[in-house]
Every structure is written in structure tokens, then in C-alpha cells.
Design a binder for this molecule. Structure first.
Ligand SMILES: NC(=O)C1=CN([C@@H]2O[C@H](COP(=O)(O)OP(=O)(O)OC[C@H]3O[C@@H](n4cnc5c(N)ncnc54)[C@H](O)[C@@H]3O)[C@@H](O)[C@H]2O)C=CC1
Ligand SMILES: O=C(O)C(=O)COP(=O)(O)O
Length: 526
């Protein structure tokens, strides 16, 4: 497999990736979108930082691509929706650069407070100017943090060390968590009115675009200082320009810009404006960390294993991963089994978990089941990433529920599939955690190993059915390795499920269907 590495990802951090015998690493310098479009079909994985734009056009040509890794946090340079539709996993490395970004923010704040870059420039140009650079202290000043996530929290901790009062706006964070961080959660308007310094630590989303715009600047305290080391577009640069022009804003520091690279911003005209070229994550420690983290994620993704920091599938903690892993094989097989048993256009798949599975995280098991279900009926590549979207797009309503109460099995997954023609239900369990079994079909008890080729024959419970079915299969020299028969009442409907060493030829199927008492017959391949 080939992995394309762009944007100057730290070489030392790629060691784990290079050590994989089945992975070839190709490090390139910056490529244009056209160049990327031309070569991307060769690659199974790619790693980027913030410079390369992984657009829908690039992804369209990425016929082998399984995973895009972001050596850092923000994935706004990757078209995640297009990747999801194509079944391409997007992973990031969100923990490795938190401290670097937080320290850069503090450095920006200190620089704003003490005019360090400007004073340094003046001195280097031959002027010993003390008068122009009167500063302010940070102690007792109010720091307003917008977005109290990983970096916001690290900034809060450091600001408290500087004896600042920390207030924060983060509508997605609990009061308890903010309290633990020593920050008071307040509405945005109140923060804008009271803060001496305001710093953003949020992703760029449709809600956060221009969160610091004209209205926000109008509410701010005169003499406020503003910092953005998060994403360009969170601060409206034109509104900032106006607010600096009027003197409302006493200083601003941007590490990120709406358009990057940016070497000619009108803001550069202000002496109280300082800027760095998106350096928040640029420490040797952070770059080593994110490169190592993303390399491990790429290795896992390329080997079909679960990843820790997926952006477009639900992430799983190692604890959840350990509990769900034994059921993924069963779920995928059950999905495949049901899809081949049901007739007509499926509009609903209802998955019910009971026993041990009643009280644990099961969403990844449902996704795996749906993947198995769709895999057998769709031509497109189905994986954990696009399975839920593909189901939704095909009008299949996936319902997941967990049943309480004692059952007959230590763990049980029951799938009810509904189509425009019929409804079927299949139940499966893991014996001893890892041994998958189909234990019921439409309420008929069986005990079948879901593997290889199977033949499903619903019939009337009466003599001279099993023998003739087996004779016809035997006539084709096909070995039967397992047989299960289940009925509810004597003489009523029954089901027969055979494990066979090869698929029963299509031309034999009508002959089996003709046997008196056979209701239908179906080949199933797991
Ligand atoms: N300048 C640089 O080089 C770097 C920039 N970053 C950027 O910093 C930002 C923050 O990164 P992390 O702290 O790791 O992310 P995070 O996901 O840990 O934290 C983001 C926080 O923002 C909050 N949030 C989201 N939307 C919000 C909104 N509209 N209003 C208020 N709060 C909102 C979330 O609840 C969360 O607590 C990201 O945009 C990331 O891309 C990260 C690393 C380096
Ligand atoms: O991790 C992030 O979100 C960053 O913004 C860092 O960007 P970079 O990897 O330095 O181009």
C-alpha cells in the first residue's frame, strides 16, 4: 500500500509507518490541486497538515484511497462530506499540538501586552525607543475564552497562572467541566462586554464563522485586545480592521487568516497588529507527536482495524472497542445473511440488542451489520464510513434498540428487516464470546454457523423433504457440512439451513423448489 505524505509532516514521526513492510511512504513537497488529482489514484492513504486542500475533485479520482490523515486538529482543508460519501476515512491527531497552540496563544497575548515584536523591530532598526512601548499587565485582567476545549482549557490553566480572571463562552460544555477548569461560563455578549483580552479556540463552522464580527466588536470594551490562533474566518478581518481603525481595539494578534497564505493583509498597516504565519502547532515536540499519532492511525486504518480519532465515523474509546470487537464479526455475517434472505426493496432494518449487549455501546455493531447488509447488494465500496449514509440514501431506516430483561442467551442480536414484500427476522449470538451462531430465523430455532455457502429451505414439516433436498445437492457432488432444521409445531411450517461446501447451482434451485412441501429455496454466501 502507498501513503502520500505532504505539507512537511515531521519525518521522525513517520518511523512507525515506514517500519510496516506492506506500506510504502512517499513524501512530496507541496502539490497543486491539479497535480494531486493526477497522482492520487496511486495511493491508499495520505497525510496532510493545513496547507493541502483535499477537495471533492481530488477525492473523486482517489479510487484506492482508504484514509486521509490530518497531522493536527483542524480538518477544514479536507472535504469530509465528500470523503464520507466515497467511504474514505478521515482521521486527525487532536492531542499532540494542544500545548503548542496554547503556548503560542499566551505568547501572542504577552506580545500584545508588551509590544515585543514592534519594540524588537524598532531596536533592530537603530532606535532605542522606550516611550512608544508602554505596556499593560496581565494580572487581574479578564481573559474571555471562546471555545473551552483542549486548547481553550490549556490556555485557561496558563492564564490562571498569570493571575488573570478567566471567563468562557462554550455552549457545548457543562458548567461542572468549566468549573473544574476554573473558568466561569457566560453568554457571549457578556464576555465581549467585560473582557480585556479575547481569544478564540473554536473550529470554523457555520455557527462560528465571524463569531467576532461587526456586532461583536461593537459590544467589546474599548481597549480590548483580540487573539485568534484557531481558524481564519472565526474573526471577520474587515470588522477587525474597522475596530482597529476607530481605536476600539487596542491590539490584535492573528496566527490564522481567512485566506492562507496571506502576506498582504490590510491589517499589517496597524502598528498594534501582530501576526504569525499559522505557527500555533509549529513546535518540534508537537510536530513529532502529531506525526507519530497520525502514523499509527494510518497503520490501523490501512489494516482494517479500528482507529482512535476518526472524524467521519464515531470514535471509540479502547474500553468500548474491547467490548464491541467480539460482536463485529457476528454482526457483519448477520447483515449479509439477512440481505440474502429477504425479497423486495428493504425500507427498514431494526436491530435489537439483549443480554450483555443491552447495556453497552452498540452503535459500531449496528454500523458493521449495515455494512454487511449493503455489501451484498451494492456495487459501490461499502465500509464503516459510508454505510450509514448509503443506507439513508437508499431510504433504509435503521433503528437500533436495546431490550432489557432476562433472555435465553448471554448476548443476542435480533435483526428485523422489512421490505415492500415481506418481513424477516434473524437472531444471532456469540457462543463463548467469539463463536458466531444464527439461533433463530423468523422465530424458528436453529443453531447454524454463519460461514461459507448456505442453503435456506423453508418447508412444511413432513417426511420425504430433507432426503430429496440432500439427494439433489449430493447429485452435484456438493458436500453438506452442517444441517439445521427448526419448527414450531409438528406438521406446521419449518426451516432447513444447510452449510454446503459450494453454492448449489442455479439450475438445481427450481428442482429443489418443486419438491412437495418445499416453500422456497435460497443460496446464501457469507
Ligand atoms: N493555529 C494553529 O496552528 C492551531 C489551530 N488549532 C485550532 O484550534 C481550534 C481548537 O482546537 P481544540 O481545542 O483542539 O478543539 P476542541 O474540539 O478540543 O475544542 C473546541 C471547543 O470549541 C467549542 N465550540 C465549538 N463551536 C463553538 C461555538 N460556535 N461557540 C463556542 N464554542 C464552540 C467546543 O464545544 C469545544 O469545547 C481548532 O479550530 C483547531 O483547528 C489547533 C491546533 C493548532
Ligand atoms: O492542527 C491544527 O488545526 C492546525 O491548525 C495546525 O496546522 P499545521 O499542521 O501547522 O498546518
Amino acid at each position: 500500500m502507498k501513503v502520500l505524505v505532504l505539507d512537511g509532516v515531521e519525518e521522525e514521526g513517520l518511523a512507525a509507518l515506514r517500519a510496516e513492510s506492506d506500506i510504502e511512504v512517499d513524501v512530496r513537497s507541496k502539490l497543486t490541486e491539479d497535480e494531486l488529482v493526477d497522482i492520487i489514484a496511486d495511493y491508499d492513504g495520505m497525510i496532510v497538515r493545513s496547507a493541502t486542500k483535499v477537495t471533492a475533485r481530488v477525492l473523486e479520482q482517489a479510487s484506492k484511497l482508504k484514509v486521509v490523515g490530518r497531522a493536527g486538529v483542524g480538518v477544514d482543508n479536507i472535504d469530509v462530506a465528500a470523503a464520507t460519501d466515497k467511504g474514505v476515512l478521515v482521521v486527525n491527531a487532536p492531542d499532540g499540538n494542544t500545548i503548542a497552540a496554547a503556548e503560542h496563544t499566551i505568547a501572542m497575548m504577552m506580545s500584545l501586552a508588551r509590544n515585543i515584536p514592534q519594540a524588537s523591530n524598532t531596536l533592530r532598526s537603530g532606535k532605542w525607543d522606550k516611550k512608544s512601548f508602554m505596556g499593560v499587565e496581565l494580572r487581574d485582567k479578564v481573559l474571555g475564552i471562546i471555545g473551552l476545549g483542549r486548547i481553550g482549557a490549556a490556555v485557561a490553566k496558563r492564564a490562571q497562572g498569570l493571575e488573570m480572571k478567566v471567563v468562557a463562552y462554550d455552549p457545548y460544555l457543562t458548567e461542572e467541566k468549566a468549573q473544574m477548569l476554573g473558568a466561569q461560563l457566560l453568554p457571549l455578549d457578556e464576555i465581549l462586554k467585560m473582557a480585556d483580552f479575547i481569544t478564540c479556540h473554536i473550529p470554523l463552522t457555520k455557527d462560528s464563522k465571524y463569531i467576532l464580527g461587526e456586532k461583536a466588536f461593537s459590544l467589546m470594551k474599548p481597549g480590548v485586545r483580540v487573539i485568534n490562533c484557531a481558524r481564519g474566518g472565526v474573526v471577520d478581518e474587515e470588522a477587525l480592521y474597522e475596530a482597529m481603525q476607530t481605536g476600539k481595539v487596542a491590539g490584535a494578534a492573528l496566527d490564522v487568516f481567512e485566506k492562507e497564505p496571506n502576506t498582504d493583509s490590510p491589517l499589517f498597516a496597524f502598528n498594534n497588529f501582530i501576526a504569525t504565519p499559522h505557527l500555533g502547532a509549529s513546535t518540534s515536540e508537537a510536530q513529532l507527536c502529531v506525526a507519530c499519532d497520525v502514523s499509527l492511525e494510518l497503520i490501523a486504518a490501512l489494516h482494517g482495524e479500528f482507529v482512535k480519532n476518526a472524524v467521519n465515523i464515531p470514535s471509540m474509546s479502547p474500553k468500548v472497542m474491547a467490548t464491541v470487537k467480539p460482536y463485529l464479526n457476528l454482526a457483519e455475517k448477520m447483515g449479509r445473511f439477512c440481505a440474502q434472505l429477504i425479497d423486495g426493496r428493504v425500507n427498514k432494518v431494526e436491530v435489537t440488542y439483549s443480554g450483555d449487549l443491552a447495556n453497552q455501546e452498540v452503535a459500531p455493531i449496528t454500523t458493521t451489520l449495515i455494512k454487511g447488509f449493503l455489501d451484498t447488494i451494492l456495487q459501490v465500496k461499502v465500509n464503516f464510513v459510508n454505510a450509514p449514509t448509503l443506507a439513508r440514501n437508499r431510504g433504509i431506516n435503521v433503528v437500533q434498540q436495546q431490550a432489557s430483561g432476562e433472555g435465553d442467551y448471554a448476548n443476542l442480536i435480533t435483526v428485523k428487516a422489512v421490505s415492500d414484500r415481506e418481513e424477516i427476522s434473524v437472531a444471532g449470538t456469540n457462543f463463548g464470546k467469539v463463536d458466531p451462531r444464527i439461533v433463530s430465523i423468523d422465530g424458528y430455532h436453529v443453531d447454524a454457523i454463519p460461514e461459507g455457502h448456505m442453503l435456506y429451505v423453508p418447508h412444511i414439516d413432513k417426511p420425504r423433504i430433507i432426503g430429496p433436498v440432500c439427494n439433489l445437492i449430493g447429485a452435484h457432488d456438493i458436500n453438506i457440512s452442517g444441517m439445521q432444521v427448526g419448527r414450531k409445531i409438528i406438521g406446521g411450517k419449518a426451516v432447513m439451513l444447510l452449510n454446503v461446501d459450494a453454492p448449489v447451482p442455479e439450475e438445481t434451485m427450481p428442482e429443489i423448489a418443486k419438491i412437495d412441501g418445499v416453500l422456497s429455496v435460497r443460496n446464501v454466501s457469507i
